[in-house]
Design a binder for this molecule. Structure first.
Ligand code: ASP
Length: 274
């Protein structure tokens, strides 16, 4: 069993959803799918998570936010339409919007990007939607309650052979939602991988692995085929942006191989981190 995590740029539109489905279905062992919220489709586009932070600010200052919300809603409508999904997307959007009140915390609101994307992806793949609230538990200080988290996901996996899980959030002991820092879906993927003891954790993004040089400075650098977690940590420290070593420590301690792969070029080798 493999766990595959797709970042926001891999889930930004109906077109990229189709690429994701091709990747998942091309290998029957890809049974656990972790998703981010829709990211940018082009450089001047907005990430849904950023728009949700803006909604929260508007709600807090009692300013209307219909335009921002429509922008968000249209992203999901486009995906549902392009992929001909059977899920009632309007009903989902209405209930999420109704949940966004003065009482909602910022974490409640910004988590909805991943929540809605996971609902759509589960429908598209025909996998079960398993909410992060059912298994990803935080302590009050924001650290992860590993024992409870691992046990709960393990029991869920006995009931759901194939699942789509939203990244980025979980719950505090009182049931309130809590999010990781930005980019936290990588952590969700790593925790789920470690909990289930998967064969490997594939982290799908928009570059063919970790590169030998910064592509903003050097044209077309080659990807690094294999790297250790220690080397990854040094590279992150020096500014490499693909993945931070500290976000994936659960797979490191469980000794699970981690691959960085490119959704737009699935046959490229990518980078193996071990
Ligand atoms: N959607 C969240 C963010 O934009 C989390 C993630 O994508 O990993 O930071």
């Amino acid at each position: 069993m493999k766990l595959v995590k797709f970042g926001g740029s891999s889930l930004a539109s109906g077109e990229t959803f189709q690429k994701v489905k091709d990747i998942v279905t091309s290998d029957p062992s890809r049974k656990i799918v972790v998703v981010s919220a829709p990211g940018k489709r082009f450089s001047t586009d907005n990430k849904v998570t950023d728009l949700l932070y803006i909604c929260h600010a508007h709600i807090r200052y009692k300013v209307g936010y219909d335009d921002v919300w429509e922008n968000i809603a249209n992203r999901y409508r486009e995906i549902a339409e392009t992929c001909k999904l059977s899920i009632d997307v309007e009903e989902m959007l209405t209930s999420v919007r109704e949940g966004m009140t003065r009482k909602s915390t910022v974490d409640d609101i910004v988590s909805r990007g991943e929540y809605m994307n996971a609902r759509l992806m589960a429908d598209y793949l025909g996998y079960d939607f398993v909410d992060a609230t059912e298994w990803l538990h935080f302590n009050y200080d924001g650290t992860v309650d590993f024992k409870k988290t691992y046990e709960d996901l393990h029991s869920l996996a006995l009931k759901h052979e194939k699942m789509v899980i939203p990244g980025f959030y979980g719950t505090l002991p009182n049931g309130q939602l809590h999010v990781f820092s930005r980019g936290g879906s990588d952590v969700t993927g790593a925790l789920a991988s470690a909990a289930l003891g998967v064969e490997c954790y594939e982290n799908w993004t928009d570059v063919s692995g970790i590169l030998m040089a910064d592509p903003k400075i050097v044209d077309d650098p080659k990807p690094i085929k294999r790297i250790t977690f220690n080397e990854l940590r040094e590279l992150s420290y020096m500014g490499a942006e693909v993945l931070h070593e500290e976000t994936v420590f659960p797979v490191r301690s469980a000794n699970i191989p981690l691959y960085i792969k490119n959704t737009n070029d699935p046959s490229a080798t990518g980078t193996l981190i071990m």
